[in-house]
Design a protein around this ligand. Structure first.
Ligand code: IFM
Length: 454
């Protein structure tokens, strides 16, 4: 496979922050936006922990100028946001909703005026509901419809937007949305969910081709990765961990980077999946890693397991947990050295085939809100960021080629099945009023960026 040339903007490290459309925009039924699977999922009683929806959220659709001004204060030179497919194509296919595209036009222009490079993600889980009704990502057709939508967006924005991300976290949509049903679209297909992974990956490949044909400078992906630690040296544990590792990390990365699938997973993929691999692999100018924490995995044990706050059903061929390390308020392990380890694992596995890396997400949920002085003293987030950026430095010192870091997230926002119970933002949002209050971590990150950029 030919390795693509490193991205053109490589001379400037991206210091950024990230969000996604459904999590911040609100305005879900405004100006012609169509319904997404997340609108449908949120409307089902019991799906979202606090019963909330993304209908208003941070109201970024109306307050985007204020949010771009915050980015100016923060000093980031790049912003990762996502484009809502149902805002552009309300039913997932034509006709085009110009009012939807106009919003992203305005946002891009505001970012450029503020000196911030826009790095849009074309799909961050908000599948148009009519496409889900026709089978969603379990079917193959949607990959082609995705590429058609990408053509439409590129035709409007590629004159000003040079760096793009095709899809966000295909692992989560496959596992949480289609296998376990704890995210939209709420299907519980278990191992029969794997065709969704393949179709998302095919969608990535077709979209990347559409973007390159539109003449964009660089195409990336945002893939979640977690080092998998076997619970012990016992074969039952190491075997279970190896299977989990394939499903969690290498199913996606092997296809994206090498254009192959792990042999052991082929029986779970659609017939003929390998024929599509030439349309998937080798299209990346850079590879985006979303890192939160490692996972300790062992042989199946009786009783339910919890991973990252999600209860796993019984009957899976592995168990997963992690103890003995600090936890965020979401119950996610805080293990900065796992970031160094994950980046090194990618380099070891792919060698020269690996494109330059970008950390497309890293961050933490802590509940701190404004104190009596009106400020948000989120000391734990500062520690988290300092330690993870240190772990990133360690990887770079060890020779890993990393070209950017996006902190998740700019704003407290709608955290999927958790609703508004988790706060990942550098900026606190009062969801009753929309008031934004930069946290102490915002000032810390601003200072870090200033020092790093010299
Ligand atoms: O909020 C999510 C984001 O949408 C995808 N990556 C993980 C974040 C925290 O859960």
């Amino acid at each position: 496979m030919t390795k693509r040339a490193p991205r053109s903007a490589a001379s400037e490290f991206w210091w950024g922050t990230a969000t996604s459309a459904y999590q911040i925009e609100g305005a879900t039924s405004v100006n012609g936006r169509g319904p997404s699977t997340w609108d449908t999922f949120c409307a089902e009683p019991g799906r979202i922990a606090d019963g909330s929806t993304g209908e208003v959220s941070c109201d970024h659709y109306r307050r985007y100028a204020e949010d771009v001004a915050l980015m100016g204060e923060l000093g980031v030179n790049a912003y990762r946001f996502s484009i809502a497919w149902p805002r552009v194509l309300p039913t997932g296919v034509g006709p085009v909703n110009d009012a939807g595209l106009d919003f992203y036009d305005r946002l891009v222009d505001a970012l450029l005026a503020a000196g911030v490079t826009p790095v849009p993600t074309l799909f961050h889980w908000d599948t148009p509901q009519p496409l889900e009704d026709a089978g969603g990502w379990l079917g193959r057709d949607i990959a082609h419809r995705f590429a058609d939508y990408v053509d439409v967006v590129a035709a409007r924005l590629a004159d000003r937007v040079h760096d793009w991300i095709t899809i966000n976290e295909p692992r989560e949509l496959t596992m949480l949305g289609y296998a376990l049903g704890v995210h939209a679209p709420g299907r519980t297909a278990m191992f029969d969910a794997l065709p969704a992974a393949h179709h998302l990956l095919l969608g990535h490949g077709l979209a990347a081709d559409a973007l390159h044909a539109a003449g964009v400078a660089t195409v990336g992906v945002a893939a979640s990765h977690a080092p998998v630690w076997p619970a012990s040296d016992e074969p039952a544990d190491t075997d279970a961990a190896a299977l989990f590792d394939l499903l969690d990390n290498w199913l996606f990365a092997d296809a994206l980077v090498r254009g192959s699938y792990p042999e052991d997973l082929l029986p779970l993929l659609p017939p003929g999946a390998t024929d599509d691999l030439p349309s998937i692999g080798g299209r990346l100018d850079w590879y985006g890693v979303n890192y939160y924490n490692p996972i300790r995995v062992g042989a199946a044990v009786a009783g339910a397991d919890q991973v990252d706050g999600i209860t796993l059903p019984e009957g899976l061929p592995f168990s997963a947990d992690i103890t003995g390390v600090p936890m965020t308020d979401f119950g996610w392990p805080v293990v900065p050295e796992g970031l160094t380890q994950m980046l090194r694992l990618l380099v070891e596995r792919y060698g020269d085939d690996l494109p330059p890396l970008v950390i497309t997400e890293n961050g933490c949920s802590y509940a701190d809100g404004p104190g009596p002085d009106g400020r948000v003293h989120d000391v734990r987030r500062i520690d988290y960021l300092r330690d993870h950026l240190g772990a990133l430095d360690a990887a770079v010192s060890a020779g890993v080629d990393v070209r950017g870091y996006f902190c998740w997230s700019l704003l407290d926002n709608f955290e999927w099945a958790e609703g508004y119970r988790q706060r990942f933002g550098l900026v606190h949002v009062d969801f009753a009023t929309g008031t934004r209050t930069p946290k102490d971590s915002f000032g810390w990150y601003a200072e870090h960026i200033r020092a790093a950029r010299g």
